[in-house]
Design a protein around this ligand. Structure first.
Ligand code: SME
Length: 160
């Protein structure tokens, strides 16, 4: 049994340090990318409050295809440049969206989502997927979240 849980009341910095340590421990000895994405999707849901969706899209033959996640069933394929995920994948840039209704072309997979953070996963200069977090709260994510998830993406780049 794995019992990775965040310590209540800790700082955001400590929370991300713990999340990264747990993700490192869970994925370090495992070469199966699907297993690693599945466990990290579960860790994200466990560690980060106020999420309604946490998971992965993978770059497959030039488009994003749904990967392991926790949340409601989601759209399966996202063309590059479309929505928040497709924009992150096309630009290679983290997308921190305080109000998804104000993001042109946002793809609503869960009508409850109000804010979103999408971080590209880059291996050898190429985007191989994205980490996608959704929240029912407006402006749920800030720069600390972006930096924390970017570190997670870097850790996972050769483990998925
Ligand atoms: N909202 C995303 C689509 C994926 S779901 O949030 C899981 C987007 O606009 O790309």
């Amino acid at each position: 049994m794995y019992d990775f849980k965040p310590v209540a009341g800790q700082s955001r910095q400590d929370l991300y340090a713990e999340l990264l340590a747990a993700a490192g421990a869970l994925t370090g000895g495992e070469s199966d990318g699907v297993a690693n994405m599945a466990n990290v999707a579960a860790l994200l849901a466990e560690f980060l409050p106020d999420l309604n969706w946490s998971g992965f899209y993978r770059m497959v033959e030039g488009e994003l295809v749904l990967g392991p996640f926790i949340g409601r069933p989601a759209c399966i394929r996202i063309p590059l440049g479309k929505g928040v995920c497709g924009t992150a994948a096309a630009t290679g840039q983290t997308q921190l969206v305080e109000d998804v209704h104000a993001f042109p072309g946002h793809i609503a997979c869960d009508a409850a989502s109000r804010s979103e953070l999408v971080v590209p996963i880059v291996r050898e200069g190429a985007v191989i997927g994205v980490i996608d977090l959704d929240s029912p709260l407006p402006a749920r994510f800030d720069q600390d979240d972006a930096r924390g998830i970017e570190q997670l993406a870097a850790l996972l780049a050769d483990r998925i």
